[in-house]
Design a protein around this ligand. Sequence first.
Ligand code: NDP
Length: 487
Amino acid sequence: MRAQPTASHFVDGAYLEDEAGTPIDNVFAATGEVIARVHAATPAVIEAAMASAVRAQRVWAATSPAERGRVLRRAADIIRARNEELSALETLDTAKPIQETLVADAASGADALEWFGTLAPGLHGESVPLGGDFAYTVREPLGVCVGIGAWNYPTQIACWKAAPALACGNAMVFKPSELTPLCALKVAEIFIEAGAPTGLFNVVQGMGEAGAALATHPATAKVSLTGSVPTGAKVYASAAAGMRHVTMELGGKSPLLVFDDADLEDAVGGAMLGNFYSAGQICSNCTRVFVQAGIKARFLDRLVERTRAIRLGDPTDPATHMGPLVSYAQRDKVMNYIDIGRREGARIAIGGRAPQGEAFEKGAFVEPTVFDGVTDAMTIAREEIFGPVLSLLTFETEEEAVERANATPYGLAAGVFTRDLARGHRVAAALQAGIAWINTYNLTPVEEPFGGVKASGVGRENGRAAVEFYSQLKTVHVGMGRVESPY
Ligand code: NDP
């Protein structure tokens, strides 16, 4: 097994195995090869991970913020130095093309560690003059935070959660998706190499039950989940029962509005990036592309032409643009949505099949697919597909487009392409989304907050905003005079 880790879990600074846990095969979805086998965490592993995180958190909270920041920045440097190796592993773990993983995964994780590492020494409270008495606030860590990841960006998700958590003085126990168990183990190794106390970032494997056991553990102060809305609802409810903090980064059905006056090539490029990057397995994708009637025919022509040029194939080949989906189950789910789209009357402009030929026989491939003639009521326009399937819808007026774009329970992201500056800002303001892009799509630099509204989530990752979700304020009121009492 060519990517077998030393052991399944990383706890208290070292690899840990417990073969009593259910075996989980890690399958490379381009070939079907089993590349590694790990075991789900047993209760004993979960207890060991939580206990060591509790110990580490005490040490870490007592470490100066400047030193904490240095550890995070060193981890960022190590990740950058090992980018090629980490990207190759990410490609095996997720089956995403190496062309993407080399620039978008570990690199983005390093950015988060560097940015929050730089922020760490500046995280403090404020003094509140009260005219005689005064108060001050102390920004305290929450304690042990649990991170639970989805499978599309395993290194990035681990780092996006760990960076603000650790910068604020918390420890983290992270459970990757059972489909992508490998990358987070490397992040855990790297924290140790960077000088973090043992136990500060532990990784345990498992399915939903392991996530649920961590999320409801008495020592857990906060749960940060990246996953689907149904899982988010369950985890949020269990956190509420224990009055725990949460960050919920969930799914979406995000709209992109392309107006007649848009730069055609940019708008087509944005729509393609927002549907086909990572084979469409990105939460913020603009899976509903609303195009104004006057530009629609030209937009569709260019979209089909450029989509035809996408190179599908072996994700380890640097020339490949698009690999398979993460798993055969995900491929089947996506193909089923394509069938539903056809049956409900949408027209396939390009794609819509599993690609043919020897190179694709064993992989979970789906052709990049564009549906034309989609209406708001169709299933493919309402449900998150999480695959390379773009739905094209047509609109006449700005007001109509905004109303239809907002008619969804989701609210993760949105985009608008227009050359009219006022309209760009007006539409961005009107769209119900945690992030709206004007004349670009799906850029998520660490400096800006990221997260959803409505059913797409609670809380924010990245940017200064993330600090609010990984720390709490203590107020200390200092009495300077006599205590006045009527008794
Ligand atoms: P899931 O919701 O199926 O799983 C997410 C994680 O939660 C997995 O690690 C899963 O374990 C775990 N889990 C499942 N059930 C429970 C439970 N009861 N308690 C605790 N943990 C549990 O999502 P996917 O992995 O299928 O990822 C795809 C989804 O993630 C999409 O909806 C996508 O939109 C969303 N996503 C959101 C992002 C965002 O930032 N907003 C970014 C990326 C993806 P396991 O799967 O191993 O059983």
